[in-house]
Design a protein around this ligand. Sequence first.
Ligand code: FAD
Length: 418
Amino acid sequence: MRSAMPTDPDPESDVVIVGGSLAAARTALALRAEDYQGGILLVSAETEPPYDRPPLSKRFLGAAMSAAELTLLSADRAQAAGIRLILGRAATALDPARRRVTLDDGGRLRYGTLVIATGAQPRRLPGTAAGVRTLRSLADAVSLRLSLRSGSRLAIVGAGLIGGEVASTARAQGTEVTLIDVSAAPMSGLLGSEVGDLLARRYRDHGVTVHFGAGVVRLGGQPGAMAVDLSDGTRVEADTVLAAIGVTPATGWLAGSGLDLADGVGCDEFGRAAGRPDIYAVGDVARWYQPDVERSVRFEDWTSVHNQAGAVAHTIASPGDPRPVSAPRYGWTEQFGLRIQLVGRLAAGAERSLIGSSADPECLLQTAADGDGRLVWAVSVGWPRAMVECRRAIKEGRSVAEVVDRIPHTEKLLAASC
Ligand SMILES: Cc1cc2nc3c(=O)[nH]c(=O)nc-3n(C[C@H](O)[C@H](O)[C@H](O)COP(=O)(O)OP(=O)(O)OC[C@H]3O[C@@H](n4cnc5c(N)ncnc54)[C@H](O)[C@@H]3O)c2cc1C
């Protein structure tokens, strides 16, 4: 749907949204749900209408889902909602004084309100050999999917959310998987060392070769015959190498705009860019001020993005009643048949508990409480029922003891401070 003609010179829309995925689509639709009557224009660098990313490492990668099922905002739905889509056009510059966005075809868009929703882009391995893949877009997933065959060899650098999920999907296709990470246990910084150790065991049990505590020192070869040399002297040979080492916010096009761009666009608690009441940032590209910790934080979770978009749409539609995100941070991952969910924020010194289920040894819940015993953070493994209680408890300020009482079959295993 990339237009052959240059973008109209200087068309004016009340709200211009730059970005083409969850943050952008959800903001546009939520504006209409808020009964916003002004013009809405969404401009995306991608040629596909906005689509969802979590399945790209799960069901879509495993060929159990089609590209059409990923769609978040189809052309028809956009038209029906009065949302103008410009696809296949990247924003290249922002002039906040003139309220103008420049596009890669030289066209310019004028806005009343701008929503920055350009997300994030994968980090690359330094000195990366040609053919090292990353996974962010539909095109990335389509080409990675082609390399997941029985007997093919995949080396994944980075055992975070995406690395672990791809390992899980690839093993289900019969691919030989090697997972490499500099940390001693996967995702232990975010999920705690107990869950990290549990994941590491799970990977091994499912036939993944793991190299934890070792970094990549050299990458060579070409697709079909790649070699990854590790700091512990191991050489991993693979047909395909995936770098899954995190993302950086996509703010390159905002250079020179005067916005605060240190790790994403710095915003107040309502998503307004610092010093610019007519500019908002939403999603992986945005760093919102969090009054509870008195600093700004950038999230990369689907639910956080969804909630931010809803809040921004409300604030744009009802400027006299600005809305922050009230729900605590929530994220999830699915790996090797386990659903792992996280809610809240883990602060240094919090009192931690590890809770098991007498009904199912696979279920695990980690909690952390503040000085008054109130639940502030929880991670559940294979225990969605427990997570429902934890999400409610954090919102309502309930104690860990109350949460434990409400979940059937709980057994407290240990308590520790972190
Ligand atoms: C493979 C994968 C699996 C995931 N799984 C989970 C999960 O299980 N649970 C979870 O909580 N989260 C998950 N996430 C994270 C979640 O998908 C992201 O938090 C979410 O996609 C962020 O949405 P966004 O719209 O802010 O950014 P993005 O999804 O990065 O979208 C940004 C959009 O902006 C466009 N764009 C960028 N620059 C420009 C420009 N200059 N001009 C115009 N357009 C531009 C991009 O092309 C893209 O369309 C996953 C992410 C990936 C990639």
